[in-house]
Design a protein around this ligand. Structure first.
Ligand code: RFL
Ligand code: PHB
Length: 399
């Protein structure tokens, strides 16, 4: 098999890249370890930045999103049992927060890719990247249920294979630097059959810990509770979950609407960046290169930002035979990545209860929250980061 670009992973990074390359007339093949059903059912992110929504429309993929997405004017921040509306739309000249679940985005992207005869192979195993330092890199893989290895020959390999995928390890350890931060808490996420309790997302910081109220559909709500990173879902009975959700989210005169809990899961919170995001003819994109704690709702959006830069760079390479943009890929992406890392760290430390922090640090976070309530500049900064920072043109002459 041969294609100009070989993509490992059919998450947001891999699928958006395939569509962007197709639009530029560049062919790509996607290799995905999971089955189509597994990819389309995994419950993950919820919030899309304004430009990701615009991009889906540009790619002709926005029809269901326009019908089924939730377009909120802002978010609520809550502490000391008081709720404060951050009017993102007003603070960002009309940009809005869109809640449209990641797996619905993936369903739309996969259906459109297959409808246009795009090549995607699900359930592959034993993916191995080789010959990265040559003009002809290749990906070896095995199709589901077969013992025979196959090879995808390509000009460029893209590791869009998530945090646990093999692509990052294909960059020799001596060529990369990894930055890690592990937080002393995780999130227990639940899906609840219930109507929406509040018209926008609520991020709450209470003495018992953080809680987030989000949504999926008019009848299905997504809620998160701060828990221990090594917590066991079995320790969270439905009764305990409701008791904690009420205690962290209810205010005087307002109570959360309960319903049947239909799914529970725990994720640890971490920040991670791998520098550089490229080596020879391999490019890392999305979670393969960086992780943010979900408090800033940035992970999916950052994955799409990477491949937007990469698709443009490859377009310039194929169209004008200029390597400038391709060579700058990592530098260009990392500027946005570190700003998203900063914002996600800020939201996480401000909104969680951290036993390891001193009373001084807790008061600083409280001041940070109060600043958003009382200073338009602070609220505008939060709003701009949340809804999506503008794209930054690479500084001329800098590699
Ligand atoms: P993904 O989605 O992990 O996709 C990688 C794909 O690669 C496949 N793969 C392989 N394929 C072939 N061969 C191999 N050897 C392979 N190894 C792995 C995997 O099966 C998978 O299909 O990475 P990508 O594309 O970089 O996308 C990243 C996003 O999924 C992630 O950042 C977000 O989900 C993070 N996130 C959020 N991001 C937001 O922008 N807004 C949010 O509101 C938001 N909320 C969240 C989140 C992540 C969460 N969890 C579960 C960590 C909420 C949560 C709870
Ligand atoms: C979600 O709906 O899953 C969600 C929303 C906002 C976040 C994280 C997750 O910050």
């Amino acid at each position: 098999m041969r294609s100009q670009v070989g993509i490992i992973g059919a998450g947001p990074a891999g699928l958006f890249l395939a569509h962007l390359l197709h639009r530029a007339g560049i062919d790509a093949v996607i290799l995905e370890h999971r089955s189509r059903a597994e990819v389309e059912e995994a419950v993950r992110a919820g919030v899309l930045e304004y430009w990701v929504v615009a991009l889906m429309h540009e790619l002709g993929l926005g029809e269901r999103l326009a019908r089924e997405g939730h377009f909120d004017d802002g978010i609520s921040l809550q502490w000391d049992r008081e709720r404060h509306h951050v009017d993102i739309r007003e603070l960002t000249e009309g940009k809005r927060v869109t809640v449209y679940p990641q797996h619905e985005v993936l369903k739309d992207l996969i259906a459109a890719w297959i409808a246009q005869d795009g090549e995607i192979i699900f359930s592959v195993d034993d993916t191995k990247i080789r010959d990265l330092d040559t003009q002809h890199p290749a990906i070896d893989f095995r199709r589901d249920g077969t013992s025979e290895m196959q090879t995808l020959q390509c000009d460029y390999v893209v590791g869009a294979d998530g945090f646990h995928g093999p692509a990052r390890q294909a960059i020799p350890a001596s060529h990369r630097t990894e930055y890690h931060k592990v937080y002393p808490f995780g999130w227990l996420g639940v899906l609840v059959n219930a109507p929406r309790s509040w018209h926008e997302l609520i991020y709450a910081n209470q003495a018992e810990g953080f809680a987030l109220l989000s949504t999926r559909t008019p009848q299905l709500q997504r809620m998160y509770l701060q828990c221990r990173p090594d917590d066991d879902v079995a320790a969270w009975s439905d009764a305990r979950i409701w008791e904690q959700l009420h205690s962290r989210l209810d205010t005087d005169g307002w109570t959360l609407t309960e319903g049947k809990i239909v799914q529970k899961g725990i994720v640890p919170l971490r920040s991670f960046v791998c520098e550089p995001m490229q080596c020879g003819r391999l490019f890392l994109a999305g979670d393969a290169a960086h992780i943010v704690p979900p408090t800033g709702a940035k992970g999916l959006n950052l994955a799409v930002a990477d491949v937007w830069v990469l698709a443009h760079a490859l377009d310039v390479k194929y169209r004008h035979n200029s390597r400038n943009e391709v060579d700058r890929y990592s530098t260009t992406c990392l500027r946005r990545v570190w700003k998203a890392e900063r914002f996600s760290w800020y939201m996480t430390t401000m909104l969680h209860h951290n036993h390891a922090e001193t009373p001084f640090e807790r008061r600083i976070h409280r001041a940070d929250l109060d600043l958003v309530r009382t200073s338009r500049a602070a609220a505008a900064s939060l709003a701009e980061n949340y809804v999506g920072l503008p794209f930054d043109a690479p500084a001329a002459g800098k590699a």
